[in-house]
Design a protein around this ligand. Structure first.
Ligand code: 13P
Length: 257
């Protein structure tokens, strides 16, 4: 079974609700033809309701950028998976910016992934090594450990709803991306083969794995041509409709047939 490519725009702390709605209204018709590729936008929490309402008749899907594992409780500032569930299909979990600035731990990533799965959502679990770890040759071990920790206790039946995004921290927002071949090799050995060992060949072969980190129209084809890369998690280049639509067009051309 070929894997359906998934291109997700992580808008981080960009775009007001009004800007986010205007963006998806412009983007929708631009990417309507590329229906072999799953197309996802991840606005800020405040824009999830308005964007999801604006996309009610659209094939574009919505992701939250985070979600707490408890359904409700004394967790000032947090919003639960069950609270975002009416508005989104996906939730990005464990982004390196949350790990770095909000002390997101592997344990909490795992709790959040389980909470998303329990209420019917699809987690996009982000993993990736720092520059120091990369230079010390620790990438594969580190990413393997993040993948195993994130999935601890997750049932094989739920794995079809999990997406993993490999985002080397040193490539995020830096303009410096991994090469397609480097990213593919790490994705294969540190992610897909880890899933093979933890679950089964069938689950490993069906798992969708994105690359993220300075993905642009100019390097998208290189990433999408790799056998183990099933899409992209995109920051900067997802903020302009023209660039984001170009990424989706390239993914559809390379992966969509
Ligand atoms: P950039 O595409 O801006 O490097 O960001 C990648 C990212 O962090 C997506 O989650």
């Amino acid at each position: 079974m070929p894997r359906t490519a998934i291109i997700a725009g992580n808008w981080k702390m960009h775009k007001s609700p009004e800007e986010a709605v205007a963006f998806v209204q412009e983007l929708g018709p631009m990417v309507q033809a590329y229906d072999k590729v799953e197309r996802v936008v991840a606005p800020t929490l405040l824009a999830l309701g308005p964007v999801s309402a604006a996309l009610a008749e659209s094939a574009l899907k919505v992701a939250a950028q985070d979600a707490h594992w408890e359904a409700s409780g004394a967790y000032t500032s947090q919003v639960s998976a069950t609270m975002v569930q009416p508005y989104v299909d996906y939730v990005i979990i464990g982004h390196s910016e949350c790990r770095a600035y909000l002390n997101e731990s592997d344990e909490n990533v795992n709790r959040k992934a389980k909470a998303c799965l329990a209420c019917g959502l699809r987690p996009i679990i982000a993993v990736g090594e720092s520059l120091a770890q990369n230079e010390a040759g620790e990438t594969v071990d580190f990413v393997q450990s993040q993948v195993s920790a994130a999935l601890a206790g997750i049932a094989a039946d739920d794995m079809q709803r999990v997406v993993i995004a490999y985002e080397p921290i040193w490539a995020i927002g830096s303009g410096r991306s991994a090469s397609g071949e480097q990213a593919d090799a790490i994705i294969k050995s540190a992610v897909r083969d880890t899933i093979r060992a933890l679950y089964s060949d069938a689950i490993a072969d069906a798992l969708r794995i994105q690359y993220g980190g300075s993905v642009k129209p100019g390097n998208m084809e290189e990433f999408m041509s790799q056998p183990n890369i099933d899409g992209a998690l995109v920051g900067g280049a997802s903020l302009q409709t023209r660039d984001f639509a170009a990424l989706i067009e390239i993914a559809a051309r390379v992966k969509g047939s």
